[in-house]
Design a binder for this molecule. Sequence first.
Ligand code: HEM
Length: 515
Amino acid sequence: MEAVLRRSIGLVPLPPHPPARASNGTVARLNFTQTHWQSWQFSVCAPVVALASFSSRSSRVARGRCRVHAAASNKTVANKLSLPPGKPGNAFLDLLKYVKDPDGFIATQVKNYGPVFQMNYFGRKTVIVGGADGVLGFTSAEKEITKSALPDTFSQLHTAYGTMNQAGKIHKSSRVNLISAALCEEAFDAFLPVIRRRCVDFLDSLESRGTFFPAQEFKDWSVALFAELFTGIPFDDEMKRLLYTYNEGLYGLVPLKLPFTAFGRGFKAKDELVKRLRKQIEDLKRTGQIEEPQYAALRRLMKSKDENGEPWSMDHVATSAMIMVWGAYVELASLLADAIYLTASYPEVREKAFAEASGAPAATQSELKKLRYLQGILDETLRVKPPSGGGFRLAEEDLEIAGYRIPKGFVVSADPRITNMDPELHPDPLSFNPDRFVECPATSLPKGTWFPGGIGLHGCPGIPLAMLISKVFLADFVQRFKNWQPTSASKGKEGWVTIPIRILGDKYEMEVTKR
Ligand code: HEM
């Protein structure tokens, strides 16, 4: 395995991103107000400083001479190795620091200990793995860490049908079913007209209002869109409310099913939402309406079979559809809101995006793929404002990753934020520079250094759809508006939500100026 990994790394071209240049040839830097700058500095400067300290290690990777320590199934070997550096601190204090500034917390750890380190996360001994060596070690060790290490409240509400709770054959079969129902290019062809119509509706409304609350409105818009794409069933206000209550329950800290706990309310909301979806699906079947084109993805989902070849029950179908909508909406809202937020400060980025979008057709997937500058904006947004870290797995065996021993029972997470800010890979990493991804697309970055949706067996299957929707949206947005900025009341008041998904606060408002 080690030889295979070494070979694969040797074959990968490892070009770092070229220095960040704005269209006028100057180095593009974030052009924030003082308050923006302070919050930016707090969350992003620290990672850069910290990452410089391990960039010499990364540069070994970049020259194709990295040492990859594949998973050791041999416990005797692993036992001779030392634990990753780091001092898991007080669980509560660590959590507070992390919640206040996730990037800064991770960066300080990287600065002190390097890209693979121990920390205390939600009271559990956790090893964060970053840098190509560590991340490739993580993916090769995955057989021993497919079991998710999600908090109890999350796990219970995610249900046995949720892929993040699954492992082995059951997990593989669920992924195949979900991808072939709704997350493949064939499905996207049918989704495109719906995406386009919903973008136009949103932008018509925005044009008439002139101001909007990006985070709040993108969340609502995303729920409505994904419900239509995945189920064909529009979620009414009550169904949306149930989904949001379910979402809050997933992150409830008290795992007691009581009417006054977020967890208890989440459970009730989930049961009610699944009941409503089941009823609607059964009605569609009974009346024959299910054969209509808007239910194509739902029909495919209903043809799913489990790992033993048994058809999915109606409960399975309805629960999976609900989880799909839930799994997609905040992440998409975060990406869209951050793309609009970041580009607000860069007139030259907006004009380049406009030139590309207005100069090329964007009706089909292949035409959309040619919009490389818009792709650059989205990738750069995910790099500087990643919606989340990686997924959490449980080490079911003693493991060896990047030359360290990870004892059985530890939680392990491969974190994309560490390489996102590596100056060896992304020179001048503080700058927001979509051109870096035009000159060197994300697909040509070294293996294990770019994974905005997590990596490995549970890596996000929805990123291509999120990109497709965001590109259609952005192409329309830049053609419709020439300028956008926070309203004077919102300047410097981003109110970032940092966990579980980073997103602007609901009250952050922006205004747009029509072209
Ligand atoms: C920018 C947008 C998105 C980001 C940043 C993102 C991020 C992530 C991350 C970090 C994970 C955990 C990976 C892991 O455990 O290693 C994940 C899993 C997942 N995501 Fe996404 N996601 C996005 C959009 C979507 C969309 C649009 C869907 C559509 C349904 C989706 C569906 C899923 C599913 C089903 C999983 C679980 C996969 C599994 O357990 O095998 N995501 N995503």
